[in-house]
Design a protein around this ligand. Structure first.
Ligand code: RNT
Ligand code: ZN
Length: 422
């Protein structure tokens, strides 16, 4: 009998024994994996479009490219697509929603008027799926963000508009967390910055600090919501200067004990975030991750199972950082089936965590006694261990398709549902 036609459980048995030989308990690894939620970003489903009655089009220096047919046009379509993606991803996960995905019943509700009621359908959907939710104020794709500045704007009235939006977003986040019994992480990301070299690099940052202080002034129950701030190196149209730089937010988060959001695409193109996790967590209470993949710039490609993703997951597991890290995804690709994009990116993130969980304790011991030869040898040997058989077993135990079978389901959904959305 060829290997591929053997029943999966027997392939798993062999894998289990091989891992046991090096002191790894595969059942325990799968149990741990099942407890790690990934926050699925709603915006992969409609190319960061949102559901406001008037749409400015995407702005803020981020961009979605591609025109694959079938994107979600309504909240119901987006929820149906998320349901489909979730049925192909093992484990229990979360939904990460942006403020402009509220349901406004055809009314023009501006960003400074949003309320928890506009998100009730999302909360109900999350509740029925037993999922937690995370949230984001939307400080882009709006006339008041058109000149590239929001919370750090030189005009007080513009700053106040965005402060109000963020304060309301905190109320909405708290309502979500309360309703769902799990803290909602609210992430503040603003696009503010200059295309060309500024003269004054400090005043916008001082204004941003003040705006953030005002936004966070009201104390919220951490059981309901947690505040995070996201830094960035540059965006399209803010190449020379970004107000909310890494140093700015690192300082802000440390000083105010806020969560720091690290997006894998928000640093120099060859700079990765894995080594920032343990060191940052020495000084901030928790971290929010935006797992993403930049190709030459912050392009937000679907995450693949590459070295930088593995390094993130390995750091989280090896340094015991999972309990203080909220894992969220942040990519948007409109050139491929959007449900496949979610599924590929989320499954890859989970695979990298599984690989990390399948490491033997002996690796650590070797390092401790200075046996760096063994450390390198074991690390390299692990790359050809049968983690794929453990993954298949995990998918089977979670009642989701194994191997490539999820793709057939995505294609069937495309034929039946997505292709009718012309
Ligand atoms: C932009 C940031 C931000 C957004 C989402 C839509 O560069 O990464 O997180 O991608 O809020
Ligand atoms: Zn991000």
């Amino acid at each position: 009998m060829s290997k591929s036609s053997e029943p999966k459980s027997s392939r798993y048995q062999i894998a289990k024994e091989r891992y046991a030989e090096i002191g790894v308990d595969t059942d325990a690894a799968m149990k741990k994996l099942a407890k790690i939620p990934i926050s699925l970003h709603c915006w992969q489903g409609d190319d960061v479009g949102g559901f406001e009655t008037t749409s400015e089009g995407l702005s803020g220096g981020i961009a979605v490219t591609g025109n694959y047919p079938g994107k979600a046009r309504t909240p119901d379509e987006l929820r149906a697509d998320l349901d489909k993606a979730l049925s192909l991803i093992p484990g229990k996960h979360r939904l990460n929603l942006h403020a402009f995905y509220g349901e406004f019943s055809g009314k023009k509700i501006d960003r400074d008027q949003i309320e928890p009621a506009h998100f009730q359908n999302w909360i109900d959907w999350a509740k029925s799926n037993k999922m937690g939710m995370d949230f984001n104020p939307t400080c882009f794709a709006h006339p008041k963000a058109a000149d590239g500045f929001t919370l750090s704007h030189s005009k007080k009235s513009i700053r106040e508009f965005w402060i109000e939006h963020c304060q309301r977003s905190r109320d909405i986040s708290a309502a979500m967390g309360k309703a769902l019994g799990s803290p909602c992480v609210m992430n503040v990301w603003i696009p503010d910055g200059y295309k060309d070299t500024p003269v004054d690099r400090v005043s916008p940052r001082q204004r941003l600090e003040k705006s953030l202080d005002t936004i966070f002034a009201e104390k919220k129950n951490p059981k309901h919501m947690l505040d995070a701030v996201e830094c960035k190196l540059f965006g399209i149209g803010s190449e020379s200067y970004v107000v909310g730089s890494h140093e700015f937010y690192m300082g802000y988060a440390v000083k105010n004990q806020k969560l720091l959001c690290l997006d894998a695409g928000h640093f120099h193109p060859t700079e990765t975030i894995a080594d920032k996790l343990g060191s940052t967590l020495m000084f901030v209470p928790e971290i929010l991750l935006h797992v993403s993949r930049g190709v030459r710039w912050d392009s937000d490609h679907v995450v693949t199972l590459d070295d930088s993703l593995q390094a993130i997951s390995s750091a989280l597991v090896r340094d015991n950082l999972l309990s203080r890290t909220h894992i969220g995804l942040d990519f948007f690709d409109a050139s491929i089936n959007r449900i496949a994009a979610w599924t590929i990116g989320t499954r890859n993130t989970l695979k990298s965590l599984l690989i990390a969980l399948l490491e033997p304790a002996s690796l650590r011991e070797a390092e401790k006694i200075g046996d760096l030869t063994t450390r390198l040898a074991v690390m390299e040997e692990l790359k050809s261990m049968p983690w794929g058989d453990v993954w298949d077993q995990y998918c089977e135990s979670q009642n989701v398709p194994t191997g490539m079978n999820w793709l057939k389901e995505t294609q069937a959904y495309e034929a039946k549902v997505l292709s009718k959305r012309q």
